[in-house]
Design a protein around this ligand. Structure first.
Ligand code: ATR
Length: 295
């Protein structure tokens, strides 16, 4: 796939694609070569008999605005945006869904009939679907700990709150960021921000790792008794091998210690539904991608 490095190459690439009569979708990110989104959306399209194309493009942050404008000007129908572009996508959208307004991050851009671009965030609903439907993990009245206070945390808090947990605690190395984030969502339910040290004697039913530590095979400083009996650990990151946090969960008695592959597929399914009005059946695709990485 072409690498979109400059205004000229972005325009050229998209002009070539605009010759096609098939509806065009893409994921922009930087880096992007590891992305599973083209495969997932192609599987969704095959399963639901939708004719479309979906590609991945490497778009650095400083090319984002031009690349998005060109993509839609040349007939693109919908875009996913991933790291490090979600905040830029939020700024770029003409209008925002309610969940995107709160999260201040957008992973799904959709060209609407009137020519405006709608920004939405399907990450949180993807996580909640994976937890509650795929893994039957109840959120109602549960004590939830979110590790990290960056963009990934911001995207999941609203949809988690909708499931009425007892409370959500955000722990972060930089405690001010956790406190600020908790204040932004305090109207939705009971939520507090704190340091890792402050929770060392607390216990949680669900611990979500939304830090970027997994990307460097690292772990936040977690006290050994943080996880309640029969508790769940969930890493928003995923890889071909269990992440450091998934291993931590297994070593600390988690009933389930999961990574974010299911969330990735579910957020994609929600984006696909927004674009095509058809909801793919995700179970078979989760099973397929899990089997592939086991080999
Ligand atoms: P993203 O958009 O993926 O959330 P981010 O906004 O850069 O990325 O946020 C990364 C989060 O991971 C932050 O909460 C960061 O903590 P700080 O705010 O204190 O920097 C957290 N993080 C990254 N590496 C970490 C590590 N090794 N241990 C603990 N927290 C880590």
């Amino acid at each position: 796939m072409a690498v979109t490095q400059s205004k000229e190459t972005a325009f050229q690439f998209l002009s070539e694609n605009s010759m096609s009569t098939i509806d065009q979708y893409a994921v922009f990110g930087h880096p992007i070569s590891h992305s599973k989104s083209p495969r997932i959306h192609t599987l969704f399209a095959q399963q639901t008999h939708q004719e479309l194309s979906y590609c991945a493009q490497d778009v650095p942050a400083d090319s984002f605005s031009v690349a998005v404008t060109d993509f839609f000007r040349q007939g693109g129908k919908g875009l996913n945006c991933t790291v490090p572009l979600k905040e830029l996508a939020w700024q770029h959208a003409d209008i925002l869904s309610e969940r995107a307004q709160f999260s201040k991050a957008v992973n799904t851009l959709t060209l609407q009939k009137n020519g405006t671009v709608l920004g939405d965030n399907t990450d949180g609903i993807g996580l909640v679907t994976d937890l509650t439907i795929n893994h039957m993990i109840p959120l109602l009245d549960s004590r939830v700990l979110i590790l990290g206070a960056g963009g990934a945390s911001r995207g999941i808090i609203g949809p988690l709150m909708e499931k009425s947990p007892t409370h959500i605690v955000i722990a972060n190395r930089t405690v001010e960021k956790a406190i600020t984030l908790s204040h932004e969502f305090s109207q939705l339910g009971k939520i507090t921000g704190c340091s890792y040290d402050e929770i060392k004697n607390s216990e949680f039913d669900l611990i979500l790792n939304a830090t970027s530590a997994s990307l460097s095979d690292d772990l936040p400083p977690l006290a050994k008794n943080l996880l309640a009996t029969n508790g769940t650990c969930y890493d928003l990151a995923y890889g071909s091998q269990p992440t450091a946090f998934v291993k931590w969960g297994l070593a600390h008695g988690a009933k389930k210690s999961l990574d974010g592959l299911g969330m990735l597929i579910e957020q994609a399914a929600e984006a696909f539904f927004i674009w095509r009005g058809v909801r793919p059946e995700t179970a078979a695709i989760v099973a397929l991608l899990n089997a592939e990485r086991a080999n």
